[in-house]
Design a protein around this ligand. Structure first.
Ligand code: ADP
Length: 450
């Protein structure tokens, strides 16, 4: 027991003893010892009950207990209760101040921040920016279901699907379709979600400017390159034999630039698309074309094998899929030394269907794999350039596959070779009905390029 409480107890017990002794002495004096003692004891008990009642009343009516300055247990209890009430008050004040500061910070954010109930999607709180970006009104929209409030928009669909792991990129704002938003849903407790929406119009605009710039530059370069290429072809090295190696190098470089421009234009075209024409892609003839191309590139240095096991065709764009697959095949030829083998396989896999290109070439160190599909990312720049690579092949593959809701998987071992696999979902495949490239039913798939 702390010393203060101990001394209060001693004083209270001492006072009790004093009262009882006094009562006993007075009782003995008047010859009525027991009645006086009993009356004194009852008086003490009554006083204690009265103090107990007072504390109880003050606590139940949430009254503030005044600081006591006397001795004894009751005063000590009053003092302790007063102190604990003080502590609670100042803690509450601090918490309220902290909460205010957090809310002020969240309110000052340029991004819309909305606290949502997880199941009902009811809005519990939102900051000022939510009004400017999503059109929420205070206080009318408090308690409203955000899904209902934003119903015609893809946001509502995204909220309903609960796929919070995937952010929603580049959606129109309900206030102004020209304003583009990116949204994230963050589950931060069992019951609550945080929805954060950011205005990405400027970033999207800059991205569009960049795309247009690349597309325009590539387009503008095409004509002069064709002219240079044409004149180079007209020059006959036999007329000036000492110029022959220079002419050969100039032809090689202009060929490389032409290929670079073509690849940049292909990428620009793919980036500008968010839907893909959906025709039946005859995989029999596709595989035969890929084999022919591989053999032409290889010029007998590799063995090229086709392993066609699926007996399926694909829905998609023949032109774009051919561009993706032939990039993989060209890479296999390019990065496999003479004498190596290349296998192009089309088979059912993972509940869908997959086209894979396996080579027995140089392979790719694991550290490079995460970035290998970025534009101009190369494991060895000199080797890629020497072998005629543009650094854009795998970026094209990635874009084409995204447009087909497919994914690229790369397995590679340095010195042993690589396998690049394009996985398509089952609804992209259909039974083979002859090689009807370009024919077939029209289907439409929508996919935004992320
Ligand atoms: P590039 O035109 O340089 O081949 P890509 O985008 O097609 O550009 O490929 C990027 C890089 O990935 C290449 O520079 C090369 O280093 C590596 N790579 C691609 N395919 C293969 C492969 N089959 N074997 C080994 N390395 C490869």
């Amino acid at each position: 027991m702390p010393p203060r409480a101990r001394s209060a107890w001693t004083k209270t017990l001492g006072l009790l003893a004093l009262i009882l002794l006094g009562a006993l002495a007075a009782g003995l004096l008047i010859g009525q010892a027991w009645p006086v003692l009993t009356a004194a004891a009852l008086g003490v008990v009554a006083w204690h009950y009265w103090r107990l009642r007072r504390v109880l009343l003050r606590l139940t009516s949430r009254q503030r207990i005044p600081p006591a300055d006397g001795n004894g247990v009751w005063n000590e209890l009053d003092r302790l209760l007063h102190r604990s009430q003080d502590d609670t008050r100042s803690r509450k004040r601090r918490l309220v101040e902290m909460l205010r500061a957090y809310r002020a910070a969240a309110a000052a954010l340029p991004d819309a921040v909305i606290v949502l109930e997880r199941n009902s999607q009811r809005v519990q709180w939102f900051n000022e920016a939510s009004s400017g970006l999503l059109g929420l009104q205070y206080p009318g929209d408090l308690g409203a279901s955000l899904g209902d409030r934003l119903r015609p928009l893809p946001i509502a669909h995204w909220l309903a699907s609960g796929r919070h792991a995937e952010p929603l990129l580049d959606v129109p704002s309900p206030l102004d379709p020209a304003m583009r938003l990116s949204m994230r849903l963050i589950p931060y407790s069992e019951e609550l979600w945080l929805l954060v929406a950011r205005d990405v119009s400027k970033i999207m605009h800059l991205e569009q400017v960049r795309r247009d710039f690349v597309a325009n530059v590539s387009h503008e370069l095409r004509t002069p390159l064709t002219v240079v290429h044409g004149y180079l072809d007209m020059l006959d090295p036999t007329e000036q034999p000492e110029w022959a190696p220079i002419l050969e190098e100039m032809r090689r470089q202009s060929q490389r630039m032409t290929q670079l421009v073509e690849d940049l234009l292909t990428l620009s075209r793919l980036e500008a698309q968010d839907t893909i024409s959906d025709e039946s892609v005859g995989m029999g003839s596709m595989l035969a074309t890929l084999k022919r191309e591989a053999e032409a590139l290889s010029q007998g240095r590799h063995t090229v094998t086709i392993d066609d096991r699926a007996a399926l065709d694909l829905w998609g764009s023949t032109r774009e899929l051919h561009s993706a697959f032939s990039n993989l095949v060209a890479n296999a030829v390019r990065y496999t030394p003479a004498g190596g083998s290349i296998v192009i396989r089309f088979a059912r896999a993972d509940g869908g269907v997959a086209l894979s290109v396996t080579d027995s070439g140089y392979g790719i160190p694991a550290a490079h794999l995460p970035r290998i599909t970025e534009r101009f990312y190369r494991v060895s720049t000199s080797r890629s350039r020497e072998l005629g690579g543009t650094g854009l092949g795998l970026a094209i593959v990635k874009h084409v596959l995204q447009l087909h809701q497919a994914r690229l998987e790369i397995e590679s071992e340095v010195g042993r070779g690589s396998t690049f696999t394009c996985h398509f979902s089952a609804d992209r495949a259909h039974p083979r009905d002859g090689d009807n490239i370009g024919a077939g039913r029209e289907r439409t798939h929508k996919q935004s390029i992320g």
